[in-house]
Design a protein around this ligand. Structure first.
Ligand code: GLC
Length: 657
């Protein structure tokens, strides 16, 4: 059962697609106490029982169970995902209380929302925001799992990626020339490590101008795209939110002429710096501007491109005109006062110019003829940038699927693209964080998701990349990506690249299963990743498990996420078949395990997972690209007497219903 409550005059986010009637104005909420505050905000307090588990909040930091910390939905470009951070790139205001009651809440509000989940007081959850203009949905079902399924129906069908997007992709910020890309492909092919995608980071552009290609490095880009395709590789260029201010650059000129950029309060175009220097932001909340920006993707599509990633769309701001002026004034005043000796307050001011709230307050969208401060609708930017692209794809090639994923997101964007979890690090703790994020992202509709495997920031080690990849084998998006200046972490950069062949090979052996389960989950509003507690709600231990996850109805995974480990303890809520892919040739073996705790050995060149009792899953032979997988000749692992419903389609068209 869903109840919809409207407070004040909410901003239409288009997050929910299901039409439903609202509760009468004086209706009481089913649980807790809602207070509308004098300052215009709200504070909603819900009591928590000792055993209640809180699921949800999508990509946010920390556990699968969110209890015991505070989180803020405010899309943030923060590349250091340490435990204390309260906001990352996504804003996913869906939470579920599971325990004494089974109830979900969706706060449809595009400004900052704070979730104090047993942080200030361990026996209550307080949700608050500065503005009391929002829609609150209460979802009550028999189980937490049912609450999630009901929620997924409300928000509409998740984005469907093309099948090639389930292949392995290599990325690095720093590939510049056509030869840089050729070398990567050659090395992968030479080492017989499967590869389907190469991600093309900002350096392909002409001085970081969106939708352009550097003419010196890529004099004939369509021919280069084709050359890569002939090698079985799709190129996926990045598109950034900021449009370079550059007279003569048509995207800039058209945007200015038609009023398609975000504004200052006086109606002039808002300026901030990002990679290209001074930029304007397309006003993607304005449907006309959204259409205009989306249509620009056609420039790359017409050159053979079928995959993109949208970045810096929180939107990230290095500094604005206002920020720079204020800082300069402060620095002058500071030095004139002779305060040079204690300069640290000024240092904080310098750091504070990036992604500053003052800038978000002073940037405006033109909505229905009125200027709306960006701060109020901040979380909708990445969502609508991705929607711009996706709606354009439908106009440009109505029958085709494109790969599209974004860094910033809000619930609703899951219909238009997937997400990656942004600039993580080559840290062991980030393998585990990735697993937790994917479980909660799935609840919010983001089925096509993944993290930078091997870690984006900091220097990776061989063992970390192998363990990260072994988790990535199971995430729909499987991409190795790294930051410029860090140790090179392509699979062939390390000793014994054949071990990487084995681990990535496991992905291709599992691909018919992974694709089939992803598609079924999308088409049925089901979960691809889920917490153990959804499958074994009566099992006290399963409810606590934060480092294992279920995939669809058949599989359980338990990644190794500590260095120098020969394996790890795994909790089996029921007897399962342990499946192991070993060594460069990805050899398959099976072993029946009893329920309970087991210590499972996993070598660096192995991928291990577990198939539930009474289930089986299909396995293919290794192939170098998704296209080459032979799906006519599948074998099954698990319980041979079980049934398995294999979903197959052409993987390219939208003919999937
Ligand atoms: C951002 C992205 C990262 C990308 C870099 C350069 O930090 O999150 O993935 O490599 O920008 O475009």
């Amino acid at each position: 059962m869903v109840k919809k409550y409207i407070y004040g005059i909410p901003f239409e986010t288009d997050a929910v697609v299901e039409q439903m009637k609202q509760e009468p104005e004086d209706a009481k909420l089913s649980v807790g106490k809602m207070e509308l505050l004098e300052n215009g905000g709200f504070s909603y307090t819900i009591p928590l029982e000792a055993a209640d588990i809180i699921y949800g909040l999508g990509e946010s930091n920390r556990g699968i169970n969110k209890r015991g910390y505070v989180y803020e939905s405010f899309c943030t470009d923060d590349p250091v995902h340490t435990e204390e951070k309260t906001s990352l790139y996504g804003a996913h205001n869906f939470i579920v209380i599971s325990g004494s009651k089974q109830i979900g809440f969706f706060f449809d509000h595009p400004g900052r929302v704070r979730f104090d989940i047993g942080y200030t007081r361990q026996d209550q959850m307080v949700i608050s925001a500065k503005e009391a203009n929002f829609v609150l949905y209460e979802i009550m079902e028999e189980s937490a799992y049912d609450v999630v399924r009901r929620f997924r129906k409300m928000i509409g069908q998740s984005y469907i990626a093309p099948k090639f997007a389930f292949g392995f992709g290599q990325s690095r910020w720093g590939y510049k020339t056509a030869d840089d890309f050729r070398r990567v492909v050659q090395k992968y092919r030479e080492n017989q490590i499967p590869l389907d995608l190469l991600y093309v980071d900002i350096d392909y552009m002409d001085r970081f101008m969106d939708f352009t290609v550097n003419p010196e490095e890529f004099p004939d880009f369509p021919a280069f795209v084709k050359e890569m395709q002939e090698q079985g590789v799709h190129l996926a260029p990045i598109i950034d939110a900021g449009v370079k201010i550059e007279p003569g650059y048509d995207v800039y000129e058209e945007g200015v002429e038609n009023g398609y950029f975000c504004k200052n309060e006086d109606g002039t175009d808002f300026e901030a710096t990002v990679w290209p220097g001074w930029t304007h932001f397309p006003d993607v909340l304005n449907p006309e501007a959204r259409k205009w920006f989306g249509d620009k993707y056609e420039r790359l599509i017409s050159q053979g491109i079928d995959a993109f990633w949208n970045d810096m769309n929180e939107p990230a701001i290095f500094y604005s005109r206002r920020g720079l002026d204020a800082l300069t004034r402060k620095a002058h005043a500071f030095h004139e006062n002779g305060d040079e000796i204690v300069t640290w307050p000024l240092k904080d001011e310098v750091l504070g110019v990036a992604n500053s709230l003052e800038d978000y307050k002073n940037m405006y969208h033109l909505i229905d003829g009125k200027l709306v401060s960006h701060e109020r609708v901040h979380n909708l930017f990445g969502y609508n940038m991705t929607r711009a692209a996706s709606e354009a794809f439908e106009r440009i090639a109505p029958d085709r699927r494109f790969l599209m994923f974004s860094r910033a997101s809000y619930i609703g964007m899951h219909r238009y693209g997937g997400v990656w979890t942004g600039d993580n690090h080559s840290w062991w703790s980030h393998i585990l964080l990735s697993l937790k994020q994917m479980v909660n992202l799935n609840m919010c509709g983001f089925l096509y998701c993944g993290s930078d495997l091997g870690g984006f920031g900091a220097n990776a080690t061989r063992d970390l990349v192998l363990r990260f990849l072994a988790l990535g084998v199971f995430s729909p998006l499987m991409r190795n990506h790294a930051c410029m200046g860090t140790r090179e972490q392509e699979c062939y950069q390390f000793e014994h690249p054949e071990d990487f062949r084995g681990v990535i090979g496991a992905r291709y052996r599992l691909l018919p299963y992974i694709y089939s389960e992803y598609m079924k989950a999308v088409l049925r509003s089901e979960l691809y990743f889920k917490p153990l507690g959804f499958v074994y709600p009566a099992d006290e231990i399963a409810l606590q498990i934060e480092d294992q996850a279920m995939i669809a109805d058949e599989v359980m995974i338990a990644p190794v996420y500590t260095q120098n480990a020969i394996g790890r303890p795994v909790y089996l809520p029921e007897p399962m078949t342990m499946v192991r892919f070993s060594g460069p040739d990805c050899e398959l073996s099976e072993e029946k395990l009893a329920a309970g705790w087991q210590f499972v050995k996993v070598a660096l060149n192995e991928v291990v997972f577990f198939v539930r009792s009474g289930r089986k899953i299909p396995i293919a032979e290794v192939a170098m690209t998704v296209d080459q997988i032979d799906e006519t000749n599948l074998q099954y692992v698990g319980d041979q007497d079980a049934e398995y419903e294999l979903y197959q389609d052409d993987g390219v068209t939208r003919d999937f219903l």
